[in-house]
Design a protein around this ligand. Sequence first.
Ligand code: F6R
Length: 610
Amino acid sequence: MCGIVGMAGGQNVTPILMEGLRRLEYRGYDSAGLAVINGGRLQRLRRMGKVQALQEALNGNPLSGASGVAHTRWATHGKPSEINAHPHTSGGIAVVHNGIIENHEALREQLEADGYRFASETDTEVIVHRINYHLARAGDLRLAVSRTIGELEGGYASMVVLSDAQPDALIAARIGTPVVVGLGGDGNLVASDVAALLPVTSRLQFLEEGDVAVVGRDSVRIFDAGGREVQRPVRVSEQTADSVDLGRHRHYMEKEIHEQPAALTRALANRIEDGAIADSAFGPEARSILAQTAGVHIVACGTSYHAGLVARYQLEEVARLPCAVDLASEYRYRSPVVPENTLFVAISQSGETVDTLAALRAAKELGYLATLAICNVAESSLTREADLTFLTRAGIEIGVASTKAFTTQLAALLMLTIVLARQRGIGADTERQIVNHLAELPGLVEQSLLLDGAIAELAHEFADKHHALFLGRGALNPVAMEGALKLKEISYIHAEAYAAGELKHGPLALVDDDMPVVAVAPNNELLAKLRSNLQEVRARGGRLFVFADPAVEFGDDDGVRILRMPAHVQPIQEPLLYTVPLQLLAYHVAVLRGTDLDQPRNLAKTVTVE
Ligand code: F6R
């Protein structure tokens, strides 16, 4: 999950590497470092903590060079510390690495027996010493890197290598996780993520699995896993180097919550024609695939998984299609039975989550009708590998807690539901009605955001708590799950969600006056049942916080706080609309608790390890 950027350039590359690191920091932020070749000598600077700490160190101790590599780390082997920060070095060689080396212990023993001394606790350090070992024998850096790669086990070990033995070129290798080369005017770059390259260039070459590239100032040569020189297509990125300014906001999460009306407007743009969803929204081959679809299997992780759980209710109810939803980390190790004509749908904000990608690859061998990626990042591994792609167009999401990516995923899944329902004969009038409800979403979210002040005040009731329970029913159950996930990941309050009907099967035992219980209560056919479940909480002295439809009457008493939604909404709109106040609640509680809520402890935005 670490971020890598490197450049072989004409001038000092340090400012470009630092800008790249700032754009990659969402991938990991335990420590950061860079190495450059200056006057033929390798120089390195590393700092524990954020990229800003490295910048401050650089301000006091400037490093410059015409080629260099940089890294932002999410610790796997070895705690976050300066000695474990990348780049790791051996003689005049520096390596930055993203992934895990499973046989690092055996390699370490062998290297120690050969006289190599280790300075860190990382698995990465074996790579750099092995390259050093092979360079001494092969005399060629690319060959030394290839030989080292041949010894590594683990499957996730993409890297970039810099050496004073070949100061004007970097060696980059893709093993498991993405590596992209950026073709610039004055030098060439390489990174783990397109975002790091966009300030300099949008002309890209994606390395394929097993490729090793020699990235020089004036040329890029790519070799496949068999060592043959190959050409990889040059693509022009569709992404823009979106502004990463906070504007008037205190945190990216706040900014991204408030960007949701605009993000949803983008997600819907050009996809609705005459009251119907255009099949072409899912790619040129979508029409015939969707016409044959007899069932849907959705696979994702975390928040994206919650979007899939919401979609199951809608696909069953509106399109009358069977739908299964799985966690990608579980799916990849199961033996799923695939009914005929099942569409496989992978949902991911980043398109790089390793479990979701592995699930997609496994699905391709299992006889699905086709695979569809619902994703926020164009040119991600997921969109490049799936048969069909739907881009959610939420815009760059920097806060680790996913917000606008989730609500645009819900909109995308609703569009998929409508297109599939059309194939199954819902009729033009019903389609038009649902599409109208879809088109209302940006405006309704705008209204929900008006609850911000009231929720900021409500957040005080949670700030000193250690636990919270979230309840919902039907498609609002995954919304409660998403609310609990948001609260726990950024405020560190332990939060769990339950289908309200499950309460008396166990979790009711936890309820007392120190356990806030949050419920989402739209005015739908499950309201009466939800009310009884909430009575069960009140009868045990639990404090209730209910996000309710404006028309719903709840007997207010001391132990119940009702927050009325600004408008009554249609059942199909409820999951998306009731998500917004839960995002705001998590945000304001985290602000009161003073956590680092855009970069919460132990987490990273893109999860490229298992
Ligand atoms: C939670 C969150 C994570 C991600 C999960 C999957 O706020 O952001 O749970 O949803 O890591 O990531 P993507 O969607 O990039 O596959």
